[in-house]
Design a protein around this ligand. Structure first.
Ligand code: GLU
Length: 232
C-alpha cells in the first residue's frame, strides 16, 4: 500500500500533487503518476521510477487543471512498469482512478468483465475496479459517484481510491475500506491524502474517512455516505 493525493480547488493541481507525493516518498514506492482535469478533459501521465522523474518529464508537457489525483505505487499485482503504474483510465477515457491496496476478488470480476468484452492492458487488480465501475455506470446509465458506490458493493478487499472525471472538472471522489484516506478541508478547496503528511502544509482541518465510507467533493462542498448509501 503506498500513496494517494488529491486536490480540487482554484490552484493549478500539478505542482500541489507532485509536492504531496514527495511528502509520501518515505513510505517507499516503485512508480508514480498523476491525472488532472480541465475543461478539455483528462490529462494522465505515469511512469515507473521516482516522483522527480515524473516531474522532469512534465517540464516539457505540463498538465493543466485545478482538479487532480496522484499516486505512488507499491506493486502487488503486476510488475513495476509504466503500464501498471496508476492512474488507470476507463476504456471510454472518461475517468481516472488511483488505488492503494488489494482487490481480493479481482479474478472473478475480471472474468465477468472479459465476458462483457473488456480487454485488459495491465496486470493490476486496480484496472478491474476501473472497468467494473465503468460497466456498472454504463449498464444502468448512472452518475459516476453512484456507479462508484454500487461497484464498491461488489468488491472484496482493502482499498483507498480517488477518482476524477474528464467530463466534470468539479468532481473528486474518494472511498476507503481497510486502507487509510484523509480529507483536508480548505477555503473552497479540498485535499485528499493517504496520510496527513501531504495535507499539513495546506490545512489543519481534516476528516478521517472510516472503512466503508465514500466522499464526493465539489468546490462548493462535500458529502460523505457509506458504501451502502447511508448519509453521514
Ligand atoms: N494493487 C495495486 C497494484 O498493484 C495497488 C498497489 C498499491 O497499493 O500501491 O497496482
Amino acid at each position: 500500500m503506498c500513496g494517494i493525493v488529491g486536490y480540487i480547488g482554484d490552484q493549478e493541481a500539478e505542482d500541489l500533487l507532485l509536492t504531496g507525493l514527495k511528502r509520501l516518498e518515505y513510505r517507499g514506492y516503485d512508480s508514480a503518476g498523476l491525472a488532472t482535469v480541465d475543461e478539455s478533459g483528462l490529462h494522465v501521465q505515469k511512469r515507473e521510477g521516482k516522483v522527480d522523474d515524473l516531474r522532469n518529464s512534465l517540464d516539457s508537457a505540463p498538465m493543466p487543471g485545478t482538479t487532480g489525483i496522484g499516486h505512488t505505487r507499491w506493486a502487488t499485482h503486476g510488475a513495476p512498469n509504466d503500464v501498471n503504474a496508476h492512474p488507470h483510465v476507463s476504456t471510454d477515457g472518461s475517468f481516472a482512478l488511483v488505488h492503494n491496496g488489494i482487490i481480493e476478488n479481482h479474478g472473478v470480476l475480471k472474468k465477468k468483465l472479459k465476458e462483457k468484452g473488456y480487454t485488459f492492458q495491465s496486470d493490476t487488480d486496480t484496472e478491474v475496479l476501473v472497468y467494473l465501475i465503468e460497466e456498472v455506470k454504463r449498464a444502468a446509465d448512472l452518475s459516476l459517484p453512484e456507479a462508484v458506490r454500487q461497484a464498491l458493493t461488489q468488491v472484496i478487499g482493502a482499498y483507498g481510491i480517488a477518482i476524477v472525471s474528464g467530463e466534470d472538472p468539479d468532481l473528486l471522489i474518494a472511498a476507503r475500506n481497510g486502507s487509510p484516506l484523509i480529507l483536508g478541508v480548505g477555503e473552497d478547496e479540498y485535499f485528499i491524502g493517504s496520510d496527513a503528511a501531504p495535507l499539513v502544509e495546506h490545512t489543519r482541518q481534516v476528516v478521517y474517512l472510516e472503512d466503508g465510507e465514500m466522499a464526493t467533493l465539489r468546490r462548493s462542498g462535500y458529502n460523505v455516505t457509506t458504501i451502502d448509501n447511508e448519509p453521514l
